[in-house]
Design a protein around this ligand. Sequence first.
Ligand SMILES: Cc1cc2nc3c(=O)[nH]c(=O)nc-3n(C[C@H](O)[C@H](O)[C@H](O)COP(=O)(O)OP(=O)(O)OC[C@H]3O[C@@H](n4cnc5c(N)ncnc54)[C@H](O)[C@@H]3O)c2cc1C
Length: 473
Amino acid sequence: MAKKLTRRELMQHSVAAGGLFAAGSLMPVSPALANQASQDGAEITQTDRSPAVLDHDKVVQPRRELPVLKKTGVLVVGGGPAGTAAAFSAKRMGVDVTLVERYGYLGGLATGGLVLGIFPLYDRNNKQVIFGFTEEMMKKLDVMKYGIIDRHKAPVYPTFDAEAMKYILADMTLSSGITAFLDCWGVDAIVDGRGAVRGAVFESKSGRQAILADIVIDCSGDGDIYAAAGAAFEKVKHNIGLISRIGNIEEVDMAPGRGSEGLPREHTFVGKIGTGRPSMGRVSDFNGHAGNSTPAPHVNWLNMAGPVGDALDVENLTELELRHRLGTWNNVEKLQKKPGNEKVYLTETAPQLGVRLSRLLDGAKKLTYAEIQSGAKFKDVIGYSGAYALAPEFQIPYGCLVPSKLENLLAAGRCISAEFKVADITRLIPVCWATGQAAGLAAALCIQDNVKPRNVSVAKLQKLLHEQGAYLG
Ligand SMILES: Cc1cc2nc3c(=O)[nH]c(=O)nc-3n(C[C@H](O)[C@H](O)[C@H](O)COP(=O)(O)OP(=O)(O)OC[C@H]3O[C@@H](n4cnc5c(N)ncnc54)[C@H](O)[C@@H]3O)c2cc1C
């Protein structure tokens, strides 16, 4: 909605409006200078943006029409593990897919959050139980130098390199035929007169634009789009950390046995690389911890629990962003004081904060901890998780991805419908890949069979998942 004016038109307009000022200054521009500027033929753009208006002490956003950036079959919001799995899986079904991500790279917490350990891959017998898109990603990492370590070494979990993952996802995006918009933040849902989701609104350097879609998959991790559309959800708080990488290091923190990455562990000890690898990421909160090794030589990643925080509160997020960076630097200083560690340095703090959980969908089905502990089987199973902490391996039903009421939307990844203790497992990377893959295929089926997400043929969905190598228990 930008109006193009010639420099002369703009000058005339501005002078008529009562004054002309040099850009960025309060100095009036002389008519002579204005004329000189108008002769260079350049076009000046004046944006018609209908800004918010201050009406006494209230800020009011005027009603306005939004340009439609794209009409698509499946719109995936959020390009983390769940979103990328959803987008590529849907595209393989031949439907039109658009993926939108707020940052400038794909991978979500698995790249920008520097979360590098691929947790609950194995059941209690150390048998790998998550395949499909997860296995596909690990195979792509296998062939990259310094892409992934500790494959096929259960109970040790594989650890990958964030840049290798970014490379793979960029390559897949460019070659898959999906449309991607990066640096583009989903800020609202579009619903029709009956309350069904019809797309989403985005804010980017191009301004505020709409993308219309048949099916929207909310993979924002925080359920931003389903919340905006009016779906019911549970707001939860969890530890918020900030992961970092440190270089020139030989030492690793060892954490044998199954545990929870998010909670401090009692039985940890420090070992040397080569004496065995930790089976779980070590939570290291500023006590001179060394973290765990990565595919890059002499580089460790330091997981961090952090305090329980509100991931939907910008002030809380800002404070943690700032404090965690100070703490991380101090942690490395402590490490440097240990003999042999003098040359250890902080390679980077993760560009994005480590938010574990914020919104959990109120879905057609809420998976409970009692169900996973009792080994419940579901007719509509669409995914599987390995054993984690005190929980055994378990099936994930399709109903966890479908809102209890809202139509035309699916959720995948860490914001699906599950009790907090279950979500603390379904939020982990390979499980997000699994729910993302299922959501992508389900969305494509919605379009092909002209049905709503809650009416998708589960038999067809399971068949597709099996064909794509998924294990459903
Ligand atoms: C500190 C920490 C340590 C962890 N350790 C491990 C571990 O060792 N192993 C493991 O398997 N898992 C671990 N996890 C969990 C795991 O990393 C995440 O839960 C998982 O990446 C979630 O995937 P997702 O796709 O659902 O969400 P995310 O990875 O959060 O991806 C969501 C994507 O959506 C984008 N987005 C968000 N909002 C919007 C919006 N409004 N518009 C557009 N884009 C948006 C984000 O930028 C992001 O790219 C850890 C998590 C944390 C925080």
